[in-house]
Design a protein around this ligand. Structure first.
Ligand SMILES: Nc1nc2c(c(=O)[nH]1)N[C@@H](CN(C=O)c1ccc(C(=O)N[C@@H](CCC(=O)O)C(=O)O)cc1)CN2
Ligand SMILES: [Mg+2]
Length: 304
């Protein structure tokens, strides 16, 4: 078996080699395009990132978002709130940011502590500044196919970008199986694939024959949150597999490591292309966030 890394100038699935999709590299290319589009537009987008509490992984992601925003030439504001902050204090901060004309993108890092209702918080963000694409107006536009000024959730947007990079821009008629039905990945991912005229199946914890259904898929998107859950027997030969899972595990040898939802080492012999963990979909999430923030800023200039 030959494996080749994916970059935008080496996309072919035709040569029998398995493509290990280099999400880190594609994500860097998107960052470069955001930088140059920002310069051409001659605008300074503003991104506000709100972190509640001190979850270690969330802190890393938030720092990375703030750093990337600065690198892209954005104004970057980070708000670190105490773990026991009240919901009304978070809502007040969001209200101020909604009314701040230097801020074009607002996001609240998830998960949130128990005393805060994530729905209340997300729905309080002005839809045009909702760069996570989680507000009902944006999810509603996505599910109804209204592409006007929609902001699409970052991880699904990054996943579609990688799928098209390997399969080409026409996905029409392909059977896509999405494993997981979360609001931030599974549901918007299914909507995006449907938008591309794929036949879409969603598999979840109550699905009776998940392996059999998954085996029909030309495209598999795994976002279930269970380490190495998707086995070789679930995969149709030649499928394109996008692994959204990020699971921290301790191996039998006592080593802490990061694995996806797909049993990568065994599945790789079956697939035509697959994202690794780390270095696959994860880095795309932050690049798509930068793209959404730039888009939100361009739209606000157009309206002004
Ligand atoms: N408000 C939001 N909260 C969360 C989102 C989101 O899109 N908006 N997604 C995830 C966390 N996330 C970004 O917020 C995120 C996750 C993973 C990565 C990433 O680059 N992962 C690396 C591995 C990094 C590591 O070692 O932990 C990889 O896969 O290569 C970026 C962003 C949940 N919350
Ligand atoms: Mg192969």
């Amino acid at each position: 078996m030959t494996t080749v890394p994916l970059s935008s100038n080496k996309l072919s699935l035709s040569n029998n080699a398995t493509v290990i999709i280099d999400g880190k590299r594609v994500a860097e290319e998107i960052i470069e395009s955001v930088k140059s589009r920002r310069a051409i537009e001659n605008i300074v987008p503003g991104l506000a990132v709100i972190l509640v509490g001190n979850d270690a992984a969330s802190s890393v992601y938030v720092r990375s978002k703030s750093a990337r925003a600065k690198e892209c030439g954005f104004v970057s504001k980070q708000f670190d709130l105490h773990a026991d902050v009240s919901e009304s204090e978070v809502l007040e901060l969001i209200n101020n940011l909604n009314n701040d004309s230097t801020i074009h993108g607002i996001l609240v890092q998830l998960p949130l502590p128990k005393q805060i209702n994530a729905h209340h918080v997300i729905q309080s963000i002005a839809p045009e500044k909702d760069v996570d694409g989680f507000h009902y107006l944006n999810t509603g536009k996505l599910t109804t196919g209204d592409t006007s000024d929609v902001l699409v959730p970052c991880t699904p947007a990054g996943s579609i970008h990688l799928i098209k990079a390997v399969m080409g821009s026409t996905l029409s008629g392909k059977h896509a199986v999405v494993i997981g039905r979360s609001n931030i990945v599974g549901k918007p991912m299914a909507s995006l694939l449907l938008q591309e005229n794929c036949t879409v199946t969603i598999i979840h914890s109550r699905t009776e024959t998940p392996a059999e259904l998954c085996k029909l898929a030309d495209i598999v998107v795994a976002a279930v949150g269970i380490p190495k859950h998707i086995k070789e027997g679930w995969i149709k030969p030649g499928a394109v597999v996008i692994d959204v899972g990020i699971n921290r595990i301790t191996t039998e040898e006592g080593k802490n490591t990061l694995v996806g939802d797909v049993d990568f080492d065994n599945v790789i012999d079956k697939v035509s292309a697959i994202t690794p963990v780390p270095g696959g979909v994860g880095p795309m999430t932050i690049s798509m966030l930068m793209q959404n923030t730039l888009e939100a800023a361009i739209r606000s200039k157009r309206i002004a």
